[in-house]
Design a protein around this ligand. Structure first.
Ligand code: SAH
Ligand code: SF4
Ligand code: F3S
Length: 477
């Protein structure tokens, strides 16, 4: 049993991160024979990608995916959890409640919990006290040990908890079963050292650690060879890529080298405004296959709140970067994240955020009410604003951001844009959906043969969250 420890998780050591390789013990390859699995994923793209690794490892053990995707029929249910806000927490605990009932009826059910919540001291205590039926728990730093942790739990017939608080080495060659046949997530940097005062990620994901350039390039080259059309380079702060190397190789170099693999589309997320360099802007502008779409979370438009958040930029610095990007990268779409109701946010602070919205007119925005996370500095800050006031701010903010989503979409009507076709949309077998280079969802009628290709589509109608279009031609250029 190894329990999470916040004091350890906070530390940033100068230990050199080494590269290890995933090793599978063939003696375990029948552990799951005849059994099915169900993985429920909460949280961000990083967690989604971790679940792709988890599924592949479970299948190495002989477990099979469920034909009907209904967790009630599974022999093993694994929750890959997220700690970012309270509602993510609540959802996972709600699911644990349902699993408790299920296990009462189905004694052999195996239940596991992993992901960011497993890194939280309080959560693990709760599982040990009130959710004894959970067979095993592992954290974000020892995902690759899933086969052993699972085996130990089954052998010992008791709860097995193994959570490392200090980040481990980088593990290459963990198997992956990708969700999507044309679009792939590729990790480039793990952890985060920014310690924004509201955020739990630096505690749950540990120290910033960059994967080696060649490991990333080889992964992308293999994806190209396998017919993939798009990669998204993942990290909590991708712009810090390479800062932990003892050689000069940064995000702009990586972006350029990934673009040169000739993968048709490159995306990356998330960018912290602090580390975004001019060099990156130049590379994005130079390569046609780096998509003109950047997620650049601003969080607040008030300098006072930005400071309390520990974001390390002012509104003016953000705007300077924003305008520079827009000037140099043609047709660039910028999306953002915003938190309202941070402790001490006044109406004037909020108005600053609203003003910023009028200036930036974002193409997309994810908006949240501040959620105190245990162990973070902001959770201890005095917060006297009523929830109803915060909800009202969120509502007003959403109205304005939605207004600009629609306005930006309307500007696209009549233009012909490249679209990577994902598949059929829900409305029927003639209607396809995909994403434009600027990351807008578009629906249009077309033939199944277009799925997985990049084609030109004429935008005919704009809605707030999507576009309608007509198929125009094969890809141009
Ligand atoms: N690494 C990314 C963000 C990851 S979390 C970045 O630095 O931008 C995604 C978003 O969740 C954040 O941008 C923030 O807007 C929101 N978020 C994080 N912690 C939060 C909290 N405690 N309460 C409310 N929203 C939060
Ligand atoms: Fe959290 Fe800030 Fe790191 Fe993003 S940069 S993951 S918001 S601490
Ligand atoms: Fe959630 Fe962890 Fe991602 S807290 S947002 S799953 S890094």
């Amino acid at each position: 049993m190894l329990l999470p420890n916040y004091q350890e998780a906070k530390k940033r050591t100068h230990r050199d991160v080494e590269i290890d390789h995933y090793q599978f013990d063939p003696a375990l390859s029948h552990l799951g024979d005849g059994k099915t699995y169900y993985v429920k994923t909460y949280g961000c793209q990083m967690n989604e990608h971790d679940s792709e690794n988890i599924r592949a490892m479970l299948e190495q053990l002989g477990f099979q995916p469920l034909p009907d995707d209904d967790y009630e029929n599974a022999d093993l249910v694994l929750l890959n959890t997220c700690s970012i806000r309270e509602n993510a927490h609540n959802k996972a605990f709600g699911m644990l409640g349902r699993l408790k009932h299920l296990k009462a009826k189905k004694k052999d059910l195996i239940v596991g919990l992993c992901g960011c919540m497993a890194q939280e001291e309080g959560v693990v205590q709760e599982i040990m006290k009130r959710y004894r039926f959970v067979n095993f728990v592992f954290g974000t730093h020892n995902l690759h040990r899933l086969p052993f942790i699972l085996k130990d739990a089954l052998d010992a017939h008791q709860q097995n908890i193994e959570v490392f608080s200090e980040e481990g080495n980088i593990i290459e060659d963990v198997p992956v079963k990708r969700d999507h046949p044309y679009k792939a997530y590729v990790n480039i940097i793990y952890g985060c050292d920014k310690f924004c005062t509201y955020c739990i990620v630096p505690y749950t994901r540990g120290k910033q650690r960059s994967r080696r350039p060649l490991d990333i390039i080889h992964e992308v080259e293999q994806l190209v060879a396998d017919g993939y059309q798009e990669v998204t380079l993942l990290g909590q702060n991708v712009n810090a890529y390479g800062k932990d190397f003892d050689f000069e190789y940064r995000m702009e170099n990586l972006l350029e080298d990934v673009a040169k693999t000739n993968i048709p589309r490159v995306r990356f997320m998330t960018s912290h405004p602090w580390d975004f360099t001019d060099g990156m802007i130049d590379v994005i502008a130079k390569y046609e296959n780096i998509m003109p779409s950047i997620h650049l979370p601003v969080q607040s438009g008030s300098d006072r709140i930005l400071k309390l958040m520990g974001r390390r930029y002012t509104k003016e610095k953000y705007l300077t970067l924003f305008h520079k990007m827009k000037e140099r990268i043609p047709r660039l779409a910028v999306s953002t994240d915003i938190i309202v109701g941070f402790p001490g946010e006044t109406e004037e602070d909020f108005e600053e955020t609203m003003k910023l919205i009028e200036t930036c007119q974002f193409d997309n925005a994810f908006t949240f009410i501040f959620s105190p996370r245990e162990g973070t500095p902001a959770a201890k800050m005095k917060d006297e604003t009523l929830l109803s006031v915060k909800e009202d701010r969120l509502h007003r903010l959403n109205e304005r951001v939605n207004h600009y989503f629609l306005k930006n979409n309307q500007k696209m009507v009549g233009s012909i844009v490249p679209v990577l076709v994902d598949g059929y949309n829900q409305s029927g077998k003639t209607s396809l959906f995909g994403y434009t280079d600027t990351n807008k969802l578009i629906n249009f009628d077309g033939d199944a043969s277009l799925i997985g290709k990049i084609v030109m589509v004429k935008v005919t109608n704009a809605k707030t969250w999507s576009l309608d279009g007509e198929y125009e031609s094969e890809r141009v250029g």
